[in-house]
Structure formats: structure tokens, C-alpha cells
Design a protein around this ligand. Sequence first.
Ligand SMILES: Nc1ncnc2c1ncn2[C@@H]1O[C@H](COP(=O)(O)OP(=O)(O)OP(=O)(O)O)[C@@H](O)[C@H]1O
Ligand SMILES: O=P(O)(O)OC[C@H]1O[C@H](OP(=O)(O)OP(=O)(O)O)[C@H](O)[C@@H]1O
Length: 210
Amino acid sequence: MTLSGFDWVVALPKGRMMADAYRIFERAGYPLPAAAGERELWHAGEGVAVLELRGGDVPTYVDLGIADVGVAGRDVLLEAGRELYEPVDLGFGACRLSLIRRPGDEGPVRRVASKYPRFTQAWLRSRGLVADVVKLSGNVELAVLTGLADAVVDVVQTGSTIRAAGLVEVEVLARSSARLVVNKSALKLKRAVLRPLIEELRRATRKPEG
Ligand SMILES: Nc1ncnc2c1ncn2[C@@H]1O[C@H](COP(=O)(O)OP(=O)(O)OP(=O)(O)O)[C@@H](O)[C@H]1O
Ligand SMILES: O=P(O)(O)OC[C@H]1O[C@H](OP(=O)(O)OP(=O)(O)O)[C@H](O)[C@@H]1O
């Protein structure tokens, strides 16, 4: 495959944010080609190529310049720690990264499990706390329930997962929503394409007055 023939390349997360991402580009006047088959990894439209990725891989593709722009949750961007231009809050995918414990557990945190180990480590450091951070890949609430860790840092949206597990949200560490991210050199080299795109996405996400 070659991407050099396209005016711009966009990296989209293929999970829960995918449908909203397509919708916002469409509303901005940039309808993206949809996948023809379920296992299609990328697809081409007029002047644009769409890469379908795991959410956590979007910052990597944009930072390394394979994609010019991408859509990623702020939670993912905080974890990735890459230098990306983040010009538009797209307004969907709202959630928070929170510290979760057993009810009544108030002693010092000694071991924290998370899908967000870098973010968790940075937060601990910013508080002057020292604890082991264990990276897990999913269902992290189980880590507290089984005693693997005495706290977890995880995404909370409705709160039903932690409620069902009998756990409590002790503190909100960061708030997240979907962001447009842009490769900094692409912004200069493809200015004529990317500036209007950013402007239209801003307009499309702006809340109506009143
Ligand atoms: N309840 C939730 N659980 C997980 N992520 C959520 C939730 N609510 C909003 N989000 C946002 O959605 C993003 C995940 O969207 P994505 O489209 O990548 O889904 P995914 O494919 O399920 O994720 P992954 O690639 O990690 O499996 C998160 O990074 C977060 O910003
Ligand atoms: O507050 P809530 O609305 O319950 O949402 C939060 C839960 O949703 C996500 O899990 P998901 O079901 O996506 O599975 P995952 O652990 O594989 O990400 C996340 O990791 C939380 O466990």
C-alpha cells in the first residue's frame, strides 16, 4: 500500500468512538469513506485515506507522520505522552480517569493497577506518593477485588462498572473527551488541506448559542 498519493491520511480508533468520529467529519463537510468489509484495515476516498486502529495506536501513527491527523481520547493522549498538536475538542467520548478503591480503604496506596501506567506513575509523582504501578490490559477492577492491587486507575463513564464491583471512585484524576490530533510537520507541509479541515471541525463541534 502507498499513502503518498493521498492529500491527507486520517487515523481513527475502531472501537466505541468510531461512529461518532465518522459523524463529526461528515458534519464538518469531510465525509470519510466507510469500510467495505469487516476486516478491512484501511480504505481510500477522494484524496483521503482512512486507517482503522486500536485507540491507543492513534497517537503513534500521527506522531510518526504516517497519518496527518487522528482522533483519540484525551485519556489515551495523556498516556501516550507524545508531542501532538491538539486543536479541537470533538465533544464526544466523555469520561474520566479516576482512582478506584474498596469502600473504607483509606491507608496509603502501595500497588496500583491500570491500563494507564505512565499516567498513573506521573500522577503519583505529582502527589509525592511512592507506589508500584502494575500494567494490566482490561477488567482492571478485578485487580482490587482479588487483592492484586489496593487501587486502580481506570476510565469511568456512567460509574456502573465500579458500582457493580462494589468499589468507589475516590478521586477524579483527569477528564477526557475525543480530540483531533495533528502531526506538527504535516500542519506546515499540508497547511492548505489541514487548516480548513481544522476550522470546519471546530465549527462542527461548536455548541449552538443560547
Ligand atoms: N466507558 C468507557 N470505557 C472506555 N472508554 C471510554 C468510555 N467512555 C468513553 N471512552 C473513551 O473511548 C476511548 C476508547 O475508544 P475506542 O474507539 O478506541 O474504543 P476501543 O476500541 O473500545 O478501545 P481499545 O482500542 O482500547 O480497545 C477511550 O480512550 C476513552 O477516551
Ligand atoms: O463507568 P462505566 O460506564 O461502567 O464505564 C467504564 C468501564 O468501561 C470500560 O470497560 P470496557 O467495557 O470498555 O472494557 P475494557 O476493560 O476492555 O476497556 C472501562 O475500562 C471501565 O471498566
